[in-house]
Ligand binder design. Structure first.
Ligand code: ZN
Length: 177
């Protein structure tokens, strides 16, 4: 049976907390949280989710890049569960691109993010993993890790003019051929 949670919306306190590291794994509780995150994400057009978005203040994210109506040019990858994820930038280069958030419906904005990052995390089996990410997937990762720090993408917008209503974003993208 699917375990679907409501998604915490901007203004909810849990989105502004620094999430706690996961210390015991694997555990039945952790498994339950991950399943709820997976099932909840599957009901959306999102490409990632962080545990605080299901009101669980723990350091767990899922990156699930796939082309959707929301992100038509997203690369397809297996959904990946990442526990206690960290990263560092491989260069100082940042790129601005559009982001949205399941916790902030109806809004899109241009957000600067590191282009290339080195990441470390623990997988569901408790094994330490490392990878290099770039471009869109690196962006999704940085967006989700921000949720673990109590940040949302609007905090990183450099100019309020970079914030669009979703309906205007769709119009602007339609012209961008
Ligand atoms: Zn988000």
């Amino acid at each position: 049976m699917a375990n679907i949670s409501e998604i915490a919306q901007l203004g909810a306190k849990v989105l502004r907390l620094k999430a706690q590291a996961v210390t015991a794994m694997p555990s039945a509780e952790l498994q339950q949280i991950i399943e709820t995150m997976q099932d909840t994400l599957a009901t959306t057009l999102g490409v990632g989710i962080a545990a605080p978005q299901i009101s669980v203040s723990k350091r767990i994210i899922i990156i699930a890049s796939r082309p959707t109506e929301r992100y038509p040019s997203a690369p397809l990858m297996e959904p990946t569960v990442m526990i206690n994820p960290v990263f560092h930038a491989l260069s100082d280069i940042k790129e601005k691109d559009w982001e949205g958030c399941l916790s902030i419906p109806g809004i899109r904005a241009l957000v600067p993010r590191y282009k290339e990052i080195q990441i470390n995390y623990t997988n569901q089996q408790g094994i330490l993993m490392e990878a290099k990410l770039e471009g869109f997937v690196a962006r999704v990762f940085q967006h989700e890790v921000d949720h673990l720090e109590g940040k949302v993408y609007l905090d990183r917008v450099e100019d309020n003019r970079d914030i669009f209503a979703e309906s205007e974003y769709v119009k602007s993208q339609a012209l961008d051929l």
